[in-house]
Design a protein around this ligand. Sequence first.
Ligand SMILES: [Cu+2]
Length: 156
Amino acid sequence: MSLAARATATGLALAAASACGGGDAVPDIDAAATGISIHQAIAVEPVLDDVAALYLTIRNGGAEEDTLLAVRTGSAGRAEIHDQVRDGEMVHMRSREYVVVPANGAVVFAPGGLHVMLMELVQPFAAGDTLVVDFHFASGDTRTARVPVVTYGDLP
Ligand SMILES: [Cu+2]
């Protein structure tokens, strides 16, 4: 494409965009509909000194599955993916290397099941605080969530 043609094409595109007028002219691509997104992330104020649980929903609006590989936050030295399994009367936590998020699906981390365990907390945090947490996926995508801290009694 010649420079002149390119300039004309750009001009046309701008004209088309501005012709619609207003801020709603060109809808943004909805990230939640096209890829991985983090929803309803919540951390529970530490019950023990050095450990806290984090719950969330990971949605995958894409046509390919993706896999959560790691969770990192400046608020904790370590963040592990845990699952909770019942064995008769006993409930065990066991760590998971990864969690697959199916195509056009979701995985829910909730009390009694999957959770992220924050360990070696850098400093104590309390209800009302916000944690910044990164979620790393096998696709190479990273999602950062701002996670409010609540008391155990305030869990939904
Ligand atoms: Cu745990």
